[in-house]
Design a binder for this molecule. Structure first.
Ligand SMILES: Nc1ncnc2c1ncn2[C@@H]1O[C@H](COP(=O)(O)OP(=O)(O)O)[C@@H](O)[C@H]1O
Ligand SMILES: [Mg+2]
Length: 246
């Protein structure tokens, strides 16, 4: 049984179809890259999966449960964690507090005590390499550190599915390689399915992905094992005829 299943999902904004009849399946522990040019519907798709938007058509099944009409606060405890394309930390709270919030409202929500939540936060912060910034206000972090904190906060949710929206945009390629390898390692250890969204065919993401789904103007163009997806002529065409760098 797949962990996440979308069946013919459509989301409109007025006359614009942002996500058009998309069906897809993500398996437990799978690493999937969702790729598509700016405006192709990636963030909207994420918002549908995490519950920010309810689609006009289609169904969403998570872990065997129909969650199509669930609000976000009901999805996070089921094990759906996410990062945001534009991080929105509690700026005056510390890094530690921000990450602990993830633990409190994630799959352990209501189960972990406050102390336990801070313990999870500390472990996650250490793993992601932000331990020296633990007591800093989140607002004082550099943009890259904010991205890392955002990833730590999502991991502290102990998700079954981690949605990463352009989480590594703006980072140095070496940092991205390192971060993707690190996330992959945690994902394998904790059996987390990772869905990473990127605008460009990013070597690191694509290199780690078992499967790549390409969106184009809201529709699914290709959904195939990574190598096959990248060699697909439709994909090459979407990227202006340039062969993918990977
Ligand atoms: N809240 C919104 N209201 C109106 N249009 C939106 C909204 N969010 C996204 N869109 C439109 O939906 C399309 C897909 O956007 P988006 O999902 O952000 O794409 P991507 O993340 O791939 O860049 C774009 O045409 C965008 O302008
Ligand atoms: Mg986006």
């Amino acid at each position: 049984m797949s962990l996440l299943k979308l069946e013919n999902v459509t989301k409109r904004f007025g006359g614009l179809i942002a996500v058009n009849d998309v069906s897809l399946e993500i398996n437990q522990g799978e690493f999937v890259g969702i790729v598509g040019p700016n405006g192709s519907g990636k963030t909207t798709l994420f918002n549908i999966i995490s519950g920010v938007y309810i689609p006009e058509e289609g169904r969403i099944i998570f872990d065997g449960l129909d969650i199509t009409n669930f609000q976000p606060y009901k999805r996070a405890p089921l094990g759906i964690g996410r990062t945001f394309q534009i991080p929105r930390p509690f700026a005056s709270a510390t890094v530690r507090e921000n990450v602990a919030v993830g633990a409190m409202f994630g799959s352990l929500g209501g189960k972990a005590s406050v102390d336990e939540s801070f313990e999870i936060a500390d472990q996650t912060i250490e793993r992601i390499g932000l331990q020296d910034h633990r007591f800093k206000a989140a607002g004082a972090l550099t943009p890259v550190e904010k991205k890392l904190m955002e990833i730590a906060r999502a991991l502290a949710m102990k998700p079954k599915l981690l949605l990463m929206d352009e989480a590594m945009a703006g980072m140095h390629p070496n940092d991205i390689d390192q971060m993707v390898a690190f996330i992959k390692q945690i994902a394998i250890e904790e059996k987390i399915a990772v869905v990473a969204m990127v605008e460009h065919i990013m070597r690191a993401v694509v290199g780690m992905a078992e499967k790549v789904i390409v969106l184009h103007q809201g529709s699914k163009l290709v959904d195939a094992p990574t190598k096959q997806a990248l060699e697909d002529p439709k994909v090459v065409e979407v990227y202006l005829g340039h062969p993918p760098e990977a």
